[in-house]
Design a protein around this ligand. Structure first.
Ligand SMILES: [Zn+2]
Length: 317
């Protein structure tokens, strides 16, 4: 795996400047924006086990191009989609929104499901407020939740936001290989919001090893993830992004967030922190339980609130 991590990576189109411009967009040609949950359902149709994300990666690249957004896909099948700032906010510093495409593919022994071919069908139990996969498989809310809320933001035409650099990575679950191979010189943003957390109300601001509070997230870490060498994500005492997120959280939820340092788990902020030490980062997500197991489920109301919070945050950044 380490060999993979440091494999030479030649970025295609390396001489083309990446521009956050979609001036050529004719809105009548752009596909209609869908809800975040509709994108979640759509993404679930595409195979995306770690190491086999090409179909889902191609889907995201096609989505970006269909919306006339500047879209790049690299050799690791990471996808970068840029969207310029909303009217009047074009020259603000960009925000990087980041989530991973791949999912842990687990199913009960007696379930007939081919992850390389079959769609995952999310099912909402409105009484219980939980979304599960139709069959006893992982749902892929980790991290389809993050990918889909970012898609909804990219597709929307009426939101107020700074320029957005959306980074969708591969092979997170087996060692964050996509993030390792991603060429950060493609990014001009220096604040990054990762959407791969599994507890609403928590704003994760570091890995808990270098100051800051601790949060133990109950994650069944895969053996391959355990073997991976994950860099540190140091807590930054000074973080304008975190301060703004706390303000907006109070306003949106009417309560205090739980500022958390992540322990016994890791998000790709660790890799981005090692490559962009000056970046200001945080991680959030909806309530998702029993991730990496066929029992994985996501709370629908929580997912919708996190999308609402993201929209509000983008407005106030
Ligand atoms: Zn994840």
């Amino acid at each position: 795996m380490l060999k993979n991590l440091f494999a030479p990576f030649i970025a295609p189109f390396v001489f083309l400047p990446f521009c956050l411009c979609d001036d050529t967009v004719n809105d009548t040609e752009r596909p209609a924006a869908k809800t975040a949950y509709e994108y979640f359902v759509e993404l679930s149709k595409y195979p995306r086990c770690s190491g086999s994300e090409k179909p889902a990666s191609d889907f995201l690249a096609a989505f970006g191009r269909a919306h006339n957004l500047d879209t790049r896909q690299d050799e690791a099948f990471n996808v970068l989609i840029g969207k310029r700032g909303s009217v009047g906010r074009e020259n603000e510093p960009p925000i990087i929104l980041q989530a991973h495409i791949d999912m842990v593919c687990e199913k009960d022994d007696d379930v007939d499901h081919d992850f390389e071919r079959d769609a995952i069908v999310p099912v909402i139990d409105r009484d219980s407020d939980w979304i599960t996969a139709e069959k006893r498989t992982t749902l892929g809310a980790d991290d389809g939740s993050g990918v889909s809320v970012i898609m909804a933001v990219l597709a929307a035409n009426s939101l107020s936001h700074p320029p957005i650099e959306a980074v969708f990575t591969t092979e997170e679950e087996i060692g964050m290989n996509g993030a390792e191979r991603f060429d950060v010189s493609w990014l001009s943003g220096r604040r990054l919001l990762n959407l791969d957390m599994v507890q609403e109300g928590a704003i994760v601001v570091g890995d808990g090893h270098a100051g800051g509070p601790d949060l133990v997230v109950p994650i069944a870490v895969t053996a391959r993830m355990k073997a991976a060498v994950i860099p540190e994500w140091p807590y930054k005492p000074d973080s304008p992004l975190r301060d703004r997120m706390v303000d907006v959280f109070r306003e949106y939820y009417g309560e205090e967030p739980m500022l958390a340092g992540l322990q016994h788990a890791a998000v790709e902020c660790a890799v981005f922190a090692s490559k962009m030490p000056d970046a200001d980062m945080a991680s959030i997500g909806p309530d998702i339980v029993d991730i990496h197991t066929p029992n994985e489920r996501m709370r629908l109301s929580s997912y919708n609130r996190v999308y609402g919070y993201l929209v509000k945050l983008l407005e106030r950044l």
